[in-house]
Ligand binder design. Structure first.
Ligand code: ZN
Length: 476
């Protein structure tokens, strides 16, 4: 029963100051992928990471991805393809993470310099990238180092894929994964990604799905220019009146989707799946807190969780061309564009959903008998991803969580999207697991991003323990 873990854990505890210094060094490199002038720092960060891995005895290729499409003055940061161990008798785990970060400036409202790791008396380590995703990426390196120090062989081979453009559309990543699926990644048995968060602050989770998103717009135009309602009100078809009727036809105030045919596409809830929700460490109070008020649609946490994780939803986002500034202008806008999206779940296929939505919009439009012009557009789309949470990749991770934290993990799905999960699943055909290190209060992408010392150190233990359980987990 994986006896070596105790000495590994002891080394992780003994090395924690060194691991925190490693994080401090990483945070100090402002690798913001979406700011042109920081691009050299992103590249520097990739090189720093490569040198860390090489120092631990791993091999690294910094795969150059060329110029950024459409912005040819910018070099894309390299995709780090690394390996640690190549014993053919061992299983191969592909680990993914990213070394770029979101923008951050002290003037945004940070309490401390975002690129100088600052640790408060509660062990909260503040700094941009601490939790997203430098801490988790370094967690893997820490795990290797603590194994070496403990004199324990890593029980699996690691195949690394660390990118530098995650916060900026992952430019070049899909092409790299596709190109390397049958080469660098070909021996992959399972994939593990540490780049999301626990649902709360106390209990770890394993994430086995994310919803997809289809985003649409409806454009209504007619008059040659904006009109005055005193002169033309009651005389002309008004684009805004038409658009509001269309926008009003998608969803009820209780969230019920009114578009015929959508609910038929949703995979039925099985008893097995239903059993996953009640144990999740989450209360309606947590929900109210994150909403900033008690405006939840549902009364029970199970219902709220299922509607966030496994049912579709339609949201209305905005109207371009509407008169929205303060005051009382008597304008009739000549052209308005309504924007809305649907979060998709198994088994909703992107094109099928679009066909149904478009048909619905056209039928609603026909009912209006308007002489205006309506155009329906798909703005962008991304598919949902879901895995079998009973796969040995998950059961191994669950055992590791129990060993390190003494509790069974929450089995969760995310409401938002993490596109790389789907790319790995589709291109490699292997099981993908999201194994988060940070907690719900880490404020990734926000000001005062942090990672708790406990999450970093116990998280490092978890990543290492996972590899051991993975090595011996029965595959059937
Ligand atoms: Zn991230």
């Amino acid at each position: 029963m994986v006896p070596q873990l105790d000495s590994y854990f002891k080394e992780v505890d003994g090395l924690q100051d060194k691991f925190i210094e490693r994080l401090r060094e990483a945070v100090a490199i402002p690798s913001i992928s979406s700011e042109d002038e920081r691009r050299p720092d992103v590249i520097k960060m990739g090189e720093w990471l490569a040198s860390q891995i090489r120092a631990l005895g791993g091999t690294v290729e910094l795969r150059q991805l060329g110029k950024q499409p459409g912005r040819e003055h910018l070099e894309l940061p390299p995709c780090l393809l690394g390996r640690y161990g190549d014993d053919p008798k061992k299983r191969n785990v592909l680990i993914y993470g990213h070394y770029d970060v979101q923008p951050a400036q002290l003037s945004d409202g940070w309490a401390t310099d975002p690129f100088a790791l600052s640790i408060d008396d509660k062990g909260r380590m503040y700094g941009r990238g601490s939790t997203d995703d430098k801490g988790p990426v370094l967690g893997w390196l820490n795990a290797i180092e603590a194994h070496q120090k403990a004199g324990i062989e890593l029980p699996v081979n690691l195949i690394m894929c660390f990118e530098g453009m995650e916060e900026n559309g992952s430019e070049g990543l899909d092409d790299t994964i596709r190109a390397e699926a049958k080469r660098f990644f070909k021996d992959t048995d399972v994939v593990c990604i540490s780049d999301n968060y626990w649902l709360g602050t106390e209990k770890p989770c394993l994430t086995y799905g994310v919803r997809g998103c289809n985003y649409y717009s409806v454009e209504v135009s007619g008059p040659g220019q904006d009109l005055h309602s005193g002169v033309y009100g009651g005389v002309s078809h008004e684009p805004m009146t038409d658009l509001i009727r269309i926008m009003n036809s998608f969803v009820d105030p209780d969230g019920t989707i009114l578009v015929k045919g959508i609910s038929d596409l949703v995979a039925p809830l099985t008893d097995d799946e239903a059993a996953l929700y009640p144990p999740i460490a989450f209360t309606m109070q947590d929900l109210y807190q994150s909403l900033g008020s008690e405006v939840a649609i549902h009364e029970k946490k199970e219902d709220a969780l299922m509607h966030k994780m496994r049912y579709p939803s339609i949201s209305l986002h905005g109207i371009e061309g509407a008169f929205y500034t303060p005051g009382a202008k008597t304008v009739i806008p000549a052209k308005v564009i309504g924007k809305f999206s649907i979060r998709t779940v198994p088994n909703m296929e992107i094109h099928e959903v679009t066909k149904i939505i478009q048909k619905h919009v056209e039928e609603e439009w026909a009912k209006l008998k308007s002489k205006n012009t309506m155009k329906f557009n798909i703005v962008h789309s991304g598919k949902w991803w879901v895995e079998d949470p009973k796969h040995w990749n998950y059961t191994a991770a669950a055992k590791a969580v129990e060993r390190v934290f003494g509790v069974k993990p929450d089995m969760t799905r995310e409401g938002g999207s993490i596109p790389v999960t789907l790319t790995f699943q589709e291109e490699l055909g292997k099981n993908v697991l999201l194994l988060p290190m940070g907690s719900s209060t880490d404020a990734a992408h926000s000001i005062n991003e942090k990672l708790d010392k406990r999450n970093y150190i116990e998280g490092t233990k978890l990543l290492g323990a996972y590899l051991h359980y993975l090595a011996e987990e029965p595959t059937k």
